[in-house]
Structure formats: structure tokens, C-alpha cells
Design a protein around this ligand. Structure first.
Ligand SMILES: [Zn+2]
Length: 303
């Protein structure tokens, strides 16, 4: 198969570089499936796909895999789709929850979090910090009105836990000033995305942005790498008030930089200093974290 056109855009050396890169994608629903295909079609050569779900009839209107894949594990369906685009891609599939497959995150270049629930994102956050692994997260807001994506570098800027706490505070304030109820989909009663995260076209706009951020990170240090104006991009699909009194018009995006919380329970200085002194991993139990953040672990991911 021919990669001429991608090669013309990225350069021969950069395409070779991408062919050597290994990306782990956790969550192969609407967002993760598309991120996988985007990266495969940009020349990324190695994948680890982690998900425990089987593709059902109800998924078909919001998934890269169509009716032919009903009954397949999502990881197998997406692996098959990747191979139809790039037969040379190496794809490792892991069926189950990420907790059962933490070793899938060893020896990879970047982690893509495409899980819906907040609970699994905190698990991934800890795994990424433990492995000094950059990670790109994405979330879609209620009814697909918008979404966001963030690039997290371990101990350089916020971890996912302090990022989420800070962004939510900001949003709560913005909504409060406007005298509105907070209806940010990411904060459902279970601390998870609400049940209806929008149409495929809403989800895929966010997933496409996430894939671009991942690709950019994989090309860091090359002539095609583009520095971003912040660590977080917020996408408005509909008119959305997301940052302090500012209305984001439909189909716009705004960049913000969320800072690290020095007192963060996960990446805070105290914990880290202690870990460095004792040479032990700073370990805080997930339950403690959930209590502190008011997040409730989700049992099962939809989508
Ligand atoms: Zn943190």
C-alpha cells in the first residue's frame, strides 16, 4: 500500500518515526475507535487496545465498526479495521478492564484515555504517573454540546486529578455567575458522563481533536511538531458557556492552561517528596481519592 500522500505531508523520516511508535488506547467506544483509526491512517505502527465490551446493535450508530462486527469484542473489531487500513500495523488486544491489564501500559510511547467514566480515568492517571507516561484524555459533555481534551505530562503540569478538580471549579463558577444550574455532563450523579453523550458527529469532533494532540505528541522534537497554546482545548459544538462568563459560539474552540495543584492528593509535592526520600511509590488508595473528590467509581462503561 502507498503512504505517498501521508509521507508528503509529514516527511519520510517522520513517517518512519511514527511506524515505530506504540500507542495504548483504553476504551474502544465511539471516541477510542475513531482515535485508533485516525492514528493508524497517519502512520502509527503499534497499538495496544484495551476494552472489555462487546459491540452491540445499539452501538452501531455511534461506532467506527458497523453491523458486520456485532457480537465481536470492540478491541477485535477495531484491530480488524486498523488492519484493513494498514496491514503492517502491530495490534495487541487486551480484553478486560485496565486494572487487569496494567502491564499493557509498559513500554508504550503514549496513553490515550477514551473511557467514559471518571473512575477509570483516575486509575489511568495513577498508572501513567507510575510509568512516567504522557497521556491524552478526552471527555464529551452532556448531549454532545461540546467536549475537551488535555495532554498530561507526569509531574510537569497537572495530573488528571488536579486538572479535573480545577476545570470543574472554573466551570461551576462560570455557571454560578450566570445564575444557572451546573449541567456539565461530566459531573453526573455518579461522577461519570451522562447517558447521552451526543450524536456520533459530536463525539467524533472531540475524538478527532484528541487524535491530533496524540499525533503531535508523537512528533515532538521533529520539524512538524506544533507547540499548543495551552494544555487543554475546549470544543463547543453548540453555544456553550464554559469559562467565566464567556460564551463560546457553536463550532469554536478555546485553549486554556490548567495548572497543577501543589496539594493534589495524587501528584502533590508532599507525596512526591516523600516518595523520592523513601524510594517508594507514593501510593494513595483509589478509595481515598474517590472520597476526596466526591467521585464514585462506575461499574460498567456504556458505549
Ligand atoms: Zn495532581
Amino acid at each position: 500500500m502507498s503512504w505517498d500522500r501521508v509521507e508528503q505531508l509529514l516527511g519520510t523520516d517522520n513517517l518512519k518515526r511514527l511506524a515505530q511508535k506504540k500507542v495504548a488506547i483504553v476504551g474502544l467506544g465511539s471516541g477510542g475507535g475513531l482515535v485508533a483509526l485516525h492514528l493508524a491512517m497517519s502512520g502509527v505502527g503499534h497499538f495496544v487496545l484495551v476494552d472489555d465490551d462487546v459491540l452491540e446493535e445499539g452501538n452501531i450508530v455511534r461506532h467506527v465498526a458497523d453491523r458486520r462486527y456485532i457480537g465481536w469484542h470492540k478491541v477485535d473489531a477495531v484491530a480488524d479495521l486498523i488492519h484493513h487500513r494498514n496491514p503492517h500495523a502491530q495490534v495487541e488486544v487486551r480484553k478486560g478492564r485496565i486494572e487487569q491489564h496494567a502491564d499493557a501500559l509498559d513500554h508504550i510511547d503514549i496513553l490515550v484515555s477514551a473511557v467514559d467514566g471518571e473512575g477509570p480515568k483516575y486509575v489511568l492517571n495513577q498508572f501513567a504517573l507510575d510509568r512516567n507516561l504522557p497521556a491524552v484524555y478526552a471527555g464529551v459533555y452532556e448531549r454532545g454540546e461540546g467536549g475537551d481534551s488535555v495532554v498530561i505530562y507526569p509531574y510537569d503540569g497537572p495530573c488528571y486529578a488536579c486538572w479535573a478538580a480545577e476545570l470543574r471549579e472554573e466551570i461551576a463558577q462560570a455557571m454560578g455567575e450566570a445564575g444557572q444550574e451546573l449541567d456539565y455532563g461530566m459531573i453526573g450523579p455518579e461522577g461519570t458522563l451522562e447517558a447521552e453523550p451526543g450524536l456520533w458527529l459530536h463525539v467524533t469532533r472531540v475524538a478527532t481533536t484528541q487524535a491530533q494532540l496524540v499525533l503531535n505528541e508523537l512528533l515532538k522534537g521533529t520539524d512538524v511538531y506544533e507547540p499548543m497554546p495551552g494544555n487543554t482545548v475546549i470544543l463547543a459544538n453548540s453555544a456553550l458557556e464554559i469559562v467565566s462568563g464567556q460564551i463560546n459560539q457553536p463550532q469554536t474552540a478555546v485553549w486554556v492552561t490548567i495548572n497543577r495543584d501543589p496539594h493534589c492528593l495524587v501528584c502533590g509535592d508532599k507525596l512526591r517528596n516523600r516518595a523520592e526520600l523513601t524510594g517508594e511509590q507514593a501510593d494513595i488508595s483509589l478509595d481515598d481519592l474517590m472520597d476526596a473528590t466526591g467521585i464514585v467509581m462506575q461499574e460498567k462503561d456504556e458505549d
